[in-house]
Design a protein around this ligand. Structure first.
Ligand code: RFL
Ligand code: PHB
Length: 390
């Protein structure tokens, strides 16, 4: 087989890149390790920046998001029992974010690829990029028990943090930066109306909590938990009790609870691999970087990487101009590091760290107090939350 761009991974970055390329007349094949059902069942992000919304529209996958997504002009931060609203629209000159689940984004992109005849192989085993530093890049894998070789001009590694693409790069050619946080997020989905029509980020002496949503009848809630906790150790009743304790009483009292239909623990990590290009292999999204979910940036960074790479590939194939492709790694990494800094800052300011020195605790309390009281600090928070320009 052969194609112009072989894309590894059918998560949001692989599907979005594949759609933009196919629509521009550039041929792609997507290889995905898991089954379609598994890809569609993953529950993750919920907040889309305007740049992500525009890219989904550009890919022809924006209609349901426009109809069913919830535009949010602000969110709340609670500190023990006080509530402070961050007015995103006022602080950013009219910008907002869209609350629309990653599960729905993935479904819309999968449907659009099927409508437009794009090729995706699911359950592709042992996917491996080869010779991306030569004139004959190719990818091998097993599909339905058969060995397959795909010759291509470029390989897009969109296969997430645990994928094969980054691991195919020789150790000396890549530099990694990593910080692992000493806690996780225990998250649930429940068919109950959200406690507030906007998100609530709660900083509390018992630990962080987040009240989010997927619709006006489906809530997504998270609480900071210990790094080693197991999901089975948390009953729904224990989850709801702990969540309520971390919220101001008037919010906790008005919260509707019910059985969870999804419950999982996510570890928190910041990670960046540099550079993001190795010959004809490009790393995109979680394959190159991970942020803790506190700033809602992971999926949005995957989208901005896709934007830069699509522009580069489009100019290469349609205009015979390689300048944007050559600038990919640098342009993507500049935006990535800003989001890594913001996510680290939000995480550090809002969580409670085990064994924190009293000095650090006071500094972080002061950081939060300053952020909530200063118009300039709130504007900086809002500017980053809605998403820095591409
Ligand atoms: P993905 O989604 O991990 O997709 C990678 C795909 O590659 C496949 N794959 C392989 N395929 C072939 N061969 C291999 N060897 C392969 N290895 C892996 C995988 O099966 C998968 O289908 O990466 P992608 O596309 O870069 O997308 C990144 C986003 O999924 C991620 O950044 C976000 O979910 C992060 N995130 C959030 N981001 C936001 O922008 N806003 C949020 O509100 C937000 N909340 C979150 C989050 C992530 C969370 N978790 C669980 C980590 C909340 C949580 C709890
Ligand atoms: C979510 O709804 O899953 C969500 C929202 C905001 C975040 C992280 C996750 O910062």
């Amino acid at each position: 087989m052969s194609t112009q761009v072989c894309i590894i991974g059918a998560g949001p970055s692989g599907l979005l890149l594949g759609q933009l390329l196919n629509d521009a007349g550039i041929d792609t094949i997507i290889l995905e390790r898991s089954s379609l059902d598994h890809v569609l069942a993953r529950v993750r992000a919920g907040v889309l920046e305007q740049g992500t919304v525009q890219l989904l529209e550009q890919a022809g996958a924006g209609a349901r998001m426009r109809a069913e997504g919830l535009p949010h002009d602000g969110f709340a931060i609670t500190r023990e029992n006080d509530t402070h609203r961050i007015d995103l629209a006022r602080l950013t000159g009219g910008k907002n974010v869209m609350v629309y689940g990653q599960t729905e984004v993935t479904r819309d992109l999968v449907d659009r690829r099927a409508e437009t005849g794009g090729i995706t192989y699911y359950q592709a085993d042992s996917v491996q990029p080869h010779e991306f530093d030569s004139a004959t890049p190719h990818v091998t894998c097993r599909i339905g028990g058969e060995e397959v070789r795909i010759n291509c001009s470029f390989i897009a590694g969109c296969d997430g943090f645990h994928g094969a693409s980054r691991r195919a790069v020789p150790e000396g050619a890549i530099q990694s930066f990593e910080k692992v946080y000493p806690f996780g997020w225990l998250g649930i989905l429940s068919e109950v109306p959200p406690v507030s029509h906007e998100l609530i980020y709660a900083s509390h002496s018992r630990g962080f909590a987040l009240c989010s949503m997927r619709s006006m009848t489906r809530s997504r809630y998270y609480i900071q938990c210990n790094a080693g906790d197991s999901v089975d150790a948390w009953s729904d009743a224990q989850f709801w009790t702990e969540l309520r304790r971390r919220l101001p009483p008037e919010i906790a009292e008005s919260m509707v609870t019910g059985p969870s239909f999804e419950k999982s623990i996510a570890p928190l990590r910041s990670f960046v691999a540099e550079p993001m290009r190795f010959g004809s292999l490009f790393l995109v999204g979680d394959a190159a970087h991970i942020v803790p979910p506190t700033g809602a940036k992971g999926l949005n960074l995957a989208a901005s990487d896709v934007h830069y790479l699509f522009e580069g590939l489009r100019s290469h194939f349609l205009e015979r101009d390689d300048s944007a492709l050559d600038a990919y790694s640098q342009r993507a990494l500049t935006r990535v590091w800003r989001a890594v800094r913001f996510s680290w800052w939000m995480t550090t300011m809002l969580h409670r760290f085990p064994e924190q020195a009293p000095f650090e605790t006071r500094i972080l309390e002061t950081e939060l107090g300053y952020t909530l009281d200063s118009e300039a600090a709130r504007a900086a928070l809002a500017e980053n939350y809605v998403g820095l320009p591409y």
